[in-house]
Write a protein that binds this ligand. Structure first.
Ligand code: HPA
Ligand code: ZN
Length: 334
């Protein structure tokens, strides 16, 4: 099973690029860019990659953004992740980041957009990897900032696959951003939102009813609301679940307690992703193996979720067929 998962063709839909920065990379960039960090060794820094909740995690995640000082640095971080994709046979990946953090540091919006777009062009050419960039509004900065972000991003909309909502969830429901996401839809851009990760099921309803999401990031809290589960099963609205992220942020005590088997059994459109693989110490393969080895999810369940990820991606139809054929062929040959 482990080998089957390692070599299986994969699609990733929920991965924050700075969350793929290993402590070693952060350390090297800090030194290369003469940015002073409060840790005296890589070991100390690594030891600080521990969190009790989303807010603590975001603080650490922000340190990664501070050591990035050029488009080339961010491009390199992204390329390091793409190399991991090659190792793990991730053939299509849709990546989260944001422009706001870097705009606040004094860089123009194209800093992030060009770095990631450039990395995707090269990943396609060198490795055949497809996908795109999904900037998110930083929800705890509020809707006025999100509005500004949107105005800054719209000139580059051809380089944007979707716009999302990330960072501190509790206290910042999607409803606060209703008018801004209406403009995102008007611009023909897909909408995603983190919802029901730390905050309750209401936030998932709000993502559906107030900002009309095309996909939900996490959504694990839906199980607390029967009507919501019914709605999600009927509409097959995708939920991008990140098992080791949920464990690291103490939503479950242990991977064996994860509710993914129940979600799958209920017929929800769930798939597995890594969220912040360096911080949570698990890339996509390790997340899938974690679920396969520690819960009741069967091999069929693993394959179903791999298909769900393809179906739920924003790839065009011909690419989806290619990805599905590649997966089906692999399953037949295995
Ligand atoms: N959740 C919410 N916001 C984030 C995350 C996450 O896991 N990673 C980076 N921003
Ligand atoms: Zn996330």
């Amino acid at each position: 099973m482990k080998e089957f998962i390692e070599k299986m063709p994969k699609v990733e839909l929920h991965m924050h690029v700075e969350g793929s920065m290993e402590a070693e990379t952060l350390w090297e960039l800090a030194h290369h860019n003469n940015y002073k960090i409060e840790y005296n060794s890589i070991e100390e820094l690594k030891a600080a990659y521990k969190f009790n909740n989303l807010t603590e995690f975001i603080d650490m995640y922000m340190l990664g953004t501070r050591v990035i000082k050029s488009e080339q640095d961010l491009y390199d971080v992204c390329m390091t992740y793409f190399k991991k994709c090659v190792e793990q046979n991730i053939q299509h990946t849709e990546i989260h980041s944001d422009i706001r953090t870097y705009v606040d540091y004094g860089y123009p919006p194209e800093f992030v957009i060009n770095a990631l777009h450039g990395a995707f062009v090269d990943a396609k050419e060198n490795y055949g990897i497809t996908g795109g960039f999904m900037p998110c509004f930083i929800r705890h900065l509020g809707n006025d900032v999100a509005k500004e972000d949107l105005d800054l991003m719209l000139p580059f909309k051809d380089k944007i696959l979707a716009i999302g909502l990330s960072a501190v969830e509790v206290g910042f429901p999607p409803s606060l951003f209703k008018d801004t996401f209406a403009k995102v839809h008007d611009a023909g851009i897909k909408v995603i939102a983190h919802a029901g990760e730390e905050a309750p099921a209401d936030y998932i309803w709000s993502a559906i009813n107030d900002i009309n999401v095309d996909r939900i990031d996490h959504g694990i809290r839906c199980l607390d609301d029967e009507k919501l589960v019914e709605y999600l099963v009927e509409t097959q609205l995708p939920l991008t679940v990140c098992p080791y992220s949920n464990v690291a942020l103490k939503i479950f005590d242990d991977i064996s307690q994860h509710t993914l088997p129940i979600m799958l059994e209920k017929g929800l459109n769930v798939s597995i992703h890594s969220d912040d693989p360096a911080h949570f110490n698990a890339y996509l393969t390790e997340n899938i193996i974690g679920i396969a080895e520690n819960t009741s999810v069967s091999k069929e369940g693993i394959i179903q979720m791999a298909k769900n990820a393809i179906k739920s991606s924003f790839a065009d139809n011909s690419r989806k067929i290619e990805l599905l054929n590649s997966l089906n062929q692999y399953v037949m040959d295995a």
